[in-house]
Design a protein around this ligand. Structure first.
Ligand code: NAI
Length: 463
């Protein structure tokens, strides 16, 4: 089967960039990305592609080239489903906030809605691709809904988890380490797998395209995120021990990273990981393990989250302790609010939790982030429901200029590793701050010796 029309439900951080790259690389395929969120779709269709809703280096150029040619963004979900041979489901799968599994299990209500809508509309056989990260065996539930509520047409369900990292989504999509496609081992299943392999092989070498059974594919995504997050929590655990013993976590990371069995990537100690995926996917893994009665497996992975929460709290405690055990009415400037550099995504960002702790201590927080607006910062804090929106509004300021944000501050805390922070005129910042001037580098991006030479009291992580 030759694919000529693809629909993707969900125009978010995964659906948008992934489909833009498919459209760029497969000019013979018409790709339509649909979403219920009208504002989001309008932003994707903004004549100026600098205003698309997701910031990723290189993305706006790809959208500019393909949009209107074979890439379309629309709110007409039904039409796009009806016309497509392949439907990607790329909707959000957040942690449940209610009922059984609250705070742990993945909330699959959006997935189920998609399945029911596809079943209702499809008048011809379709391939349905799980792009969202899902608990192992979700394909079974999707299949059951499609088969029991559909119009008697055949559905093949494939699992094709996305491994892109925000901030490098475009390069990850153009040159992926691997593409994973899971499907049924029946002849129809294999035909569907091959059709999707064909799409990716327009730009990805065949030996990087792995095909597996559906359950292995679903579980591989949760496993990958658990392993990645585990490395961060492991090095962060060592950072605390380094601070007590005079070891330097950067030196330790370098020394162990040169062991080819360990490898050097993902060994950077920090204020803790954020992002929409790591925590949610590990909690989901823990929930699945528990539901099978595997308490040791569940406890093992849960510790990754416990360590990460500890690291965030440790950072805010360190700020309070160093500032003579009180930050009440002190101006503390955050450089960075996004959960990592080169993205405007703030979901689960460490900055939110550190700010919340410091506001509880009555600090006044000023924020500068090159890609995050004040309204986003306030809505992130409001979401925690620690205090009223009015209080958050009174205690948090946002600036368009880093120097203005730091002016008169008692301390600067670096929460995101944006490259521009490294090249600031730190002497100028020092001169404008209260003395002693403190810098808490939650990403270890500045040079301790240079900062101390200027006059700062500098504290990084793990040294
Ligand atoms: P997102 O929240 O940015 O986007 C999801 C979109 O789906 C939203 O715009 C929402 O309005 C839309 N949506 C929800 N239900 C819908 C429905 N019934 N019909 C039409 N549109 C609907 O989420 P994001 O970050 O793109 O994540 C999507 C999935 O991909 C999640 O399962 C996530 O775990 C996974 N993932 C995310 C990665 C990331 O870096 N953000 C990386 C790899 C996987």
């Amino acid at each position: 089967m030759k694919i000529t029309k693809i629909c993707c439900i969900g125009a978010g951080y995964v659906g948008g960039p992934t489909m833009a790259v498919i459209a760029q690389k497969c000019p013979h395929i018409q790709v339509t990305v649909v979403d219920l969120n009208v504002d989001r779709i309008n932003a994707w269709n903004d004549p100026n592609t600098d205003n698309i809703p997701i910031y990723e280096p290189g993305l706006s150029e790809i959208v500019a080239a393909a949009r209107g040619r074979n890439l379309f963004f629309s709110t007409n979900v039904e039409k796009a489903i009806d016309e497509a041979q392949v439907i990607f489901i790329s909707v959000n799968t957040p942690t449940k906030t209610y009922g059984k599994g609250k705070g742990m299990a993945a909330d699959l209500k959006y997935i189920e809605l998609c399945a029911r809508q596809i079943a209702k509309i499809a008048k011809e056989n379709k391939i349905v691709v799980e792009k969202s990260t899902l608990p192992v065996r979700t394909a079974e539930a999707i299949k059951s809904i499609l088969d029991n509520t559909g119009n008697g047409v055949q559905f093949q369900i494939l699992s094709n988890p996305e491994f892109l990292a925000e901030g490098t989504a475009v390069t990850d999509l153009l040159d992926p380490d691997r593409i994973l496609i899971g499907g049924d081992t029946t002849p129809e299943g294999e035909k569907a797998i091959n059709a999707l392999v064909e799409v990716y092989s327009s730009w990805v070498e065949k030996d990087k395209i792995l095909t597996t059974n559906v359950w292995s594919s679903e579980l591989s995504k949760l496993t990958a995120n658990a392993f990645l997050a585990q490395r961060i929590s492991s090095i962060n655990a060592m950072s605390e021990l380094c601070e007590k013993t005079g070891a330097d976590v950067n030196e330790v990371a370098r020394a162990i990273g040169m062991d080819s069995r360990i490898g050097s990537k993902f060994l950077k100690s920090s204020v803790g990981f954020g992002g929409s995926c790591f925590q949610k996917d590990i909690l989901n893994l823990v929930y699945i393990a528990k539901s099978y009665g595997l308490s040791e497996v569940a406890d093992y992975w849960e510790q990754v989250i416990i360590m990460n929460d500890h690291q965030k709290r440790r950072f805010s405690n360190k700020i309070v302790q160093t500032l003579y055990n009180t930050v009440a009415d002190k101006k503390i400037t955050f450089l960075g609010w996004a959960f990592k550099k080169d993205t405007n995504d703030t979901r689960e960002s460490a900055a939110i939790y550190v700010a919340d702790d410091l506001i509880n201590e009555q600090a006044k927080i000023s924020v500068y982030d090159p890609k995050v607006s004040r309204s986003k910062i306030l809505s992130d804090l409001d979401y925690l429901a620690t205090r009223s929106s009015t209080e958050n509004e009174n205690l948090v300021q946002a600036f368009d200029d880093a120097y203005a944000a730091c002016n008169n501050a008692h301390a600067v805390a670096i929460l995101t590793e944006w490259d521009e922070f490294k090249t600031y005129d730190w002497k100028k910042i020092y001169d404008s701050m209260q003395k002693p001037a403190f810098v808490f580098d939650g990403r270890n991006i500045l040079n301790k010796k240079e900062m101390e030479a200027i006059g700062f009291v500098y504290q990084g992580i793990g040294s």
